[in-house]
Design a protein around this ligand. Structure first.
Ligand code: PAF
Length: 286
């Protein structure tokens, strides 16, 4: 496994791969890898000859007062995990390599980035789309794999690729949960044992709403109230949102007639957790 720090060096290696007719799958990450990331790597391995993992904590996607300075990092462990997962290349640039002095061009999405997390994190998706576009330009992968846990991020990346004609296939991987049901996230490390216990209400609420949906409930007001009641019981420090949106356009729906996304963002202590579940007609048939 080769580790690259510079844009030029990974570019030439990727070019050589392409010239040899080999396909490339990219798994963009901010490091502190967990089993969720490993499932993305596994998926990448299934579709392409070469798997590249990028590890870069992108400052542009953190707003003022967010957790950039304390974001968990363990590059040595990440490298070991990549090696053990048969990753071919790791791209670990530093800030100066990615954002040259005077960098002033960003990728912005004007509609779907304004809802859900975009309301409280106004610069977040601009930062995400910019770094992902840069990684696509540097590596020029055939495939890129993202987790459904960050559903809004994944949808925005699909939209960017479509709107800007970027030649890459986006693959979405299902949410990976711990045995207790908590969706895996690098930020779970911030939770105290007591906060983590309370946070399990998120998963309980989503799956309970899914059961209600499967029993025939289509009124999103009732479904959201159901989720709210369960989460409120866990005494969260803040409920940022509980929303049910059309899965494609990310607009509010009152009655579910096609696939909808039930998404929540809740704070326990200082840790903001996001999670989601799909409510689709196919689910209702089960
Ligand atoms: O999901 C993440 O870890 C990040 O938002 C991403 C896609 C690697 C961009 O920095």
């Amino acid at each position: 496994m080769n580790i690259f720090k510079s844009v030029d060096s990974i570019r030439s290696s990727c070019l050589a791969c392409r010239q040899n007719g080999r396909t490339i799958a990219l798994v963009p990450t901010m490091g502190y890898l967990h089993s969720g990331h490993l499932s993305l790597i596994e998926m990448a391995r299934k579709v392409a000859d070469i798997v590249i993992v990028s590890i870069y904590v992108n400052p542009a996607q953190f707003g003022p007062g967010e957790d950039l300075s304390r974001y968990p990092r363990d590059p040595e462990r990440d490298i070991e995990l990549c090696r053990n997962s048969a990753v071919d290349m790791v791209f670990m640039p530093d800030d100066a390599e990615i954002y040259l002095s005077g960098h002033s061009v960003f990728v912005n999405e004007d509609v779907m980035s304004k809802v859900l997390c975009g309301r409280t994190r106004p610069v977040h998706f601009k930062g995400v789309l910019t770094i992902v576009a840069k990684l696509f330009n540097i590596i020029q992968p055939d495939f890129a794999v993202f987790g459904q846990k960050d559903a809004q991020q994944a949808r925005l990346i699909q939209k960017m690729v479509a709107d800007l004609n970027i030649p890459v296939s986006i693959i979405l991987a299902p949410i990976v949960r711990d045995v207790d049901g908590l969706a895996l996230s690098s930020r779970n490390v911030y939770l105290s044992a007591e906060e983590r216990e309370r946070a399990l209400a998120i998963h309980r609420a989503l799956f309970s709403a899914l059961a209600l949906y499967r029993s025939g409930e289509r009124d999103t007001g009732k479904l959201k109230n159901h989720v709210l009641n369960i989460i409120e019981h866990s005494q969260p420090n803040l409920i940022d949102y509980i929303e049910i949106l059309d899965n494609e356009r990310f607009v509010d729906v009152k009655t579910i007639t096609s696939t909808a996304l039930l998404a929540v963002a809740v704070k326990y202590g200082k840790t903001r957790l996001i999670d989601n579940i799909s409510l689709s007609p196919a689910e209702g048939m089960e």
